[in-house]
Design a protein around this ligand. Structure first.
Ligand SMILES: [Zn+2]
Length: 573
C-alpha cells in the first residue's frame, strides 16, 4: 500500500469535519437544505484553511441523492466519483498550473452543455487570481450570463488580485486562519487514530508553526511522525527540530546569557542557533513566546505548567528573578526586531544588534527609548557611581575579604572585558578642530538617503549609529553600545562603503570615526577645556583694547558656535 500523506487521508469529507470554519459550514449546509444555491461562490483566505475541502464537500452535497442535513453521504456512487475526481461534471481547475489557461479555454466551450450525470455541474477554480486577463474576461462573461445548473466555486488566497467585477458577481466566504486550539485538537484526534503517543507541547509547537493553516500543520505532523520511531512518543524536542523552532535548552541558554548580561555568550549562542539553520523570523517568534510564558508564569504558575509541559530550572529562575518591566522591555525589543527584519534580507545583523541591546538592557535603562540618549547617559553614570560608592563603602567597612575584589570588578566591568571599545580620543579631537555645524547638518540631511543606499548589512550597522560631528574630511558617529562600536571600527568594508556612498550625496567623502555615546559628551568636554586653556593663554597676551572684545569673535567661542550651534553655546565667566 502506498503511503498517503496525512492531509489527504484525513481531509474533511463532511462540513462538520472542517476545522475552525463553523459559520461557513453552517451557511453552506443551509443553502443546500433550503435549495437556495447561488451560481457563483468565492472562497477566500490563507492557504490550508479548508477552501478546497469545503468546495469539494459542497459539490458532493449538491449532487448526493442521500444528502442529510446538507451533508453528503460519502457512500453513494455520486459522492465516491466526486471524491475520486472521476465525475466529469465536477471539474477542478488549478489556475496556477500551466494547463490552467487551456482548461479555462475548454471551460468556455463546455460550460453551456448541461451536466451529464450530476444534478449540478460544478467548476472549482483554485488560485483564481492567477488567471490571465483573457481567461478572467472569459470567466466574467460566463458569470454574467450563467447557464442553468452550473455552479462556480472560485478559491483564492489573494482576493485583492481578483477583478472587482468578478467578486461582485459571487457570494463571498472569508475563511479565517484556524486557531491554535482547534489545530491542536485536530492533531490530537489524528494521532490517536494512528496510535502515536505524543507530548501535548509538541502539538502546540506544530500548530504555532503552521500559522493557522491545517494543511501545513498536517504536513509537519507527517514529517514528525515519520521521524520518530512508531514505538516512541512524539516529543516537543522532535517538533522543535522539525519546525525549526528552538529547543527549550537553547532558549534557556540564550535568555540566561541576556539576563546575566553576558553579551559575548549571548552572541555565541545566537551564532550556534543560526549555524543550525534556524530562521531569524522563527527565532524571534520563539523568543517572544518564551518571554510571554515568563510573564504568564509570573502571574500564575499554573497557566504555564498546565498547557506548555516542561518547565526547566532556568525558566523558573528567569521567571522568578526578572521583573515584569524587564520582560516587557525584552518583548518590545524582539517585536521591534521583527519589524526590522521584515524589511531586510540580512536578518542576522539585526539580531546581533538586538542581542546586544537586550544583554545591556538594565544598564542602559532607557534602551526602550533610544531618543533620550542624554537621559540614558545620566542613568548610566548614576548607576556606575552607585556601584562604585557601594564598592567603596564595602571596602571601608572591611567586613569581608571579597569587597576589594568587588570594587576592582566594578571598575574593570565598567570598562567591560575584551569587548570594550577604545575611543580614539586623539583622532576625535583632531576632527573637532576642523569640524563645523554646517558639515554636520549636511550629513544629517542626507542621512536617511544614505542609509537607504546601503546594503542590508551596512545599513543595519549604520542604523545603530548617529552622526555627532563632521569636518570636510572626517565624521564622528556615536554608537550606544560598545560592542557595536567595536564591530563597526573593525569593519574595513563598512568604512569604505560609507565614505564612498556619502561622497555621492555630499561634496566630501568623510572618513568614518567611531565614538561610544557614553564617552562622547566627555570627549567633547575635554576638547573644549583643552582649547579654553589655549584661549586663556592667548588672553594674557592680549592688549588692553582687545579685552572688550575678549569673547566676541574669540576663537574658542566661534569654534564652539560652529560646532554646536549658537543656541547651544553660552558664555560664562
Ligand atoms: Zn452521497
Amino acid at each position: 500500500m502506498s503511503y498517503q500523506a496525512l492531509y489527504r487521508t484525513f481531509r474533511s469529507q463532511r462540513f462538520d469535519e472542517i476545522v475552525g470554519q463553523r459559520a461557513i459550514s453552517i451557511t453552506l449546509k443551509q443553502a443546500i437544505l433550503q435549495k437556495k444555491v447561488s451560481h457563483a461562490y468565492l472562497f477566500t483566505g490563507p492557504r490550508g484553511t479548508g477552501k478546497t475541502s469545503a468546495a469539494r464537500i459542497f459539490a458532493k452535497a449538491l449532487n448526493c441523492h442521500n444528502s442529510q442535513d446538507g451533508e453528503p453521504c460519502n457512500k453513494c456512487e455520486m459522492c465516491l466519483a466526486i471524491a475520486e475526481g472521476r465525475l466529469e461534471d465536477v471539474l477542478e481547475i488549478d489556475a496556477a498550473s500551466n494547463n490552467g489557461v487551456d482548461e479555462i479555454r475548454n471551460l468556455r466551450d463546455t460550460v453551456k452543455y448541461p451536466p451529464v450525470l450530476a444534478t449540478y455541474k460544478v467548476y472549482i477554480i483554485d488560485e483564481v487570481h492567477m488567471l490571465s486577463t483573457s481567461a478572467f474576461n472569459a470567466l466574467l462573461k460566463t458569470l454574467e450570463e450563467p447557464p442553468a445548473k452550473v455552479i462556480f466555486i472560485l478559491a483564492t488566497t489573494e482576493v485583492h488580485k481578483v477583478l472587482p467585477t468578478i467578486v461582485s458577481r459571487t457570494q463571498r466566504f472569508d475563511f479565517k486562519r484556524i486557531g491554535i486550539e482547534d489545530i491542536v485538537h485536530h492533531l490530537k484526534d489524528i494521532l490517536q487514530k494512528i496510535n502515536v503517543k505524543f507530548e501535548e507541547e509538541a502539538l502546540y509547537i506544530i500548530a504555532r508553526a503552521a500559522e493557522g493553516g491545517m494543511r501545513d500543520a498536517l504536513s509537519i505532523l507527517d514529517q514528525a511522525v515519520s521521524f520518530i520511531d512508531i514505538e516512541n512518543t512524539l516529543t516537543s524536542e522532535d517538533a522543535m527540530m522539525i519546525t525549526g523552532s528552538l529547543t527549550k535548552d537553547m532558549m534557556d541558554q540564550y535568555m540566561l546569557a541576556i539576563y546575566e548580561k553576558k553579551v559575548e555568550a549571548a552572541l555565541e549562542i545566537l551564532n550556534d542557533i543560526f549555524s543550525q539553520g534556524k530562521e531569524a523570523r522563527r527565532f524571534l517568534e520563539d523568543m517572544i513566546l518564551y518571554n510571554r510564558d515568563l510573564l504568564m508564569y509570573k502571574h500564575a504558575v499554573q497557566l504555564v505548567s498546565e498547557t506548555r509541559g516542561v518547565l526547566t530550572d532556568t525558566f523558573k529562575k528567569l521567571a522568578t528573578e526578572l521583573s515584569f518591566e524587564n520582560i516587557y522591555a525584552y518583548i518590545k525589543l524582539f517585536n521591534e526586531a521583527q519589524q526590522e527584519i521584515r524589511l531586510s534580507n540580512l536578518a542576522s545583523v539585526y539580531l546581533e544588534i538586538v542581542t546586544v541591546k537586550l544583554a545591556t538592557y538594565s544598564r542602559a535603562s532607557s534602551v526602550v527609548q533610544p531618543e533620550q540618549s542624554n537621559h540614558k547617559n545620566w542613568e548610566f553614570l548614576r548607576e556606575e557611581l552607585n556601584q562604585l560608592k557601594k564598592g567603596i563603602t564595602d571596602l571601608q567597612k572591611g567586613t569581608n575579604t571579597s569587597s576589594e575584589d568587588r570594587l576592582i570588578n566594578t571598575i574593570s566591568n565598567s570598562n567591560s572585558s575584551k569587548n570594550a571599545y577604545k575611543n580614539p580620543t586623539q583622532q576625535i579631537h583632531q576632527v573637532l578642530l576642523s569640524a563645523t555645524k554646517a558639515h554636520l547638518n549636511t550629513l544629517k540631511e542626507v542621512w536617511p538617503d544614505f542609509l537607504a543606499s546601503l546594503d542590508a548589512r551596512c545599513k543595519a550597522m549604520m542604523k545603530a549609529s548617529k552622526p555627532v560631528a563632521a569636518s570636510d574630511t572626517q565624521m564622528v558617529v556615536a554608537y550606544d553600545y560598545d560592542i557595536l562600536a567595536l564591530k563597526a571600527s573593525q569593519d574595513e568594508t563598512l568604512r569604505q562603503v560609507v565614505s564612498c556612498n556619502l561622497s555621492k550625496m555630499i561634496d566630501f567623502a568623510p572618513e568614518l570615526i567611531i565614538v561610544t555615546s557614553s564617552e562622547w559628551p566627555k570627549l567633547r568636554q575635554t576638547f573644549i577645556e583643552k582649547n579654553r586653556e589655549k584661549l586663556q593663554l592667548d588672553k594674557t597676551q592680549m592688549t588692553q583694547e582687545n579685552v572688550a572684545k575678549e569673547y566676541e569673535g574669540a576663537e574658542i567661542v566661534e569654534k564652539a558656535v560652529q560646532l554646536f550651534g549658537k543656541d547651544m553655546v553660552k558664555i560664562t565667566k
